[in-house]
Write a protein that binds this ligand. Structure first.
Ligand code: DGL
Length: 266
């Protein structure tokens, strides 16, 4: 048993899609969440910058004596995770591998698309992982505007602006034989109801859910689950905590409070 918290981070609100899944699967765990709202988006930045930000994010969570850290960010998982693993002794998990494995299990046509940030799609990580497992065709689509839609709260099922943007980026997949779409950025599951309206026949893979399942299995196997009911989530952000909390409240389904920290001083 291990009563220390689990650290979760993302560039902003996207990682809340992982918090939501973790709360369902691991209701007794204490979670410390960091959203780097002062520096969002990550997915349009250089790899060097993303790596530097990610290192500071992990250092901040490390100060809570966390037992594991989930990089609930497709961009960090694609670009920085391997280096982070070398720099830190805390067990670090990402959101790429399990989403790729799940997509391979689900596809019947062997044609899988991945929607992600520019950095994630540009890194080629999903293409490499899926090709190793025998995929017939891969289609990567960078959808940078999705992050802003979510950060601005434009993600409800009936949101016309969100629908138009989803149609613009992903509409062409309707005629491409794709039966499975990996939402390769953790902001994107928040838009899933809108994406499903554009692609009603396509199975959506939620990387946050797949990562949460894996983390649960790992903690169980290693005897690291919390021994007490300590289901609080503490939220920290690097800018505009009230704005973050207002949008997060709607997504999480209850009121949350976020504290502001200076991530550059970590
Ligand atoms: N939610 C993140 C991801 O999974 C970051 C998006 C961004 O900041 O560009 O990629």
């Amino acid at each position: 048993m291990d009563n220390r918290p689990i650290g979760v981070f993302d560039s902003g609100l996207g990682g809340l899609s992982a918090v939501k899944e973790l709360q369902k699967l691991l209701p007794d765990e204490h979670i410390v969440y960091f959203g780097d709202t002062g520096r969002v988006p990550y997915g349009t930045k250089s790899y060097e910058t993303i790596k530097r930000y990610a290192e500071q994010d992990v250092k901040f969570l490390q100060s809570f004596d966390v037992k594991a850290v989930l990089a609930a960010c497709g961009t960090v998982s694609a670009v920085a995770l391997e280096e982070l693993k070398q720099k830190f002794s805390i067990p670090l998990y990402g959101v790429v591998d399990d989403a790729a494995s799940k997509a391979m299990k689900e596809t019947k046509t062997g044609i899988i698309a991945v929607a992600g940030t520019e950095a994630t799609i540009g890194s080629g990580i999903f293409e490499r992982k899926l090709s190793k497992s025998g995929l017939s065709r891969y289609i990567g689509v960078a959808c940078p505007l999705f992050v802003s839609l979510v950060e601005c709260g434009f993600y409800k099922e009936d949101d016309q602006v969100a629908y138009e943007v989803c149609e613009r980026y992903l509409g062409f997949l309707k005629n491409a034989g794709v039966d499975t779409l990996i939402l390769g950025c953790t902001h994107f599951p928040i838009l899933a109801p809108v994406i499903s309206k554009v692609l009603p026949d396509v199975k959506l893979i939620n990387p946050s859910y797949e990562a949460a399942v894996k983390l649960k299995e790992t903690l169980e196997r290693e005897g690291l689950l919390s021994g007490k009911k300590d289901n609080k989530v503490e939220y920290f952000v690097s800018d505009q905590p009230i704005k973050f909390a207002n949008v997060a409240n709607i997504f999480i389904g209850h009121d949350i409070e976020a504290k502001m920290i200076d991530i550059e001083k970590v």
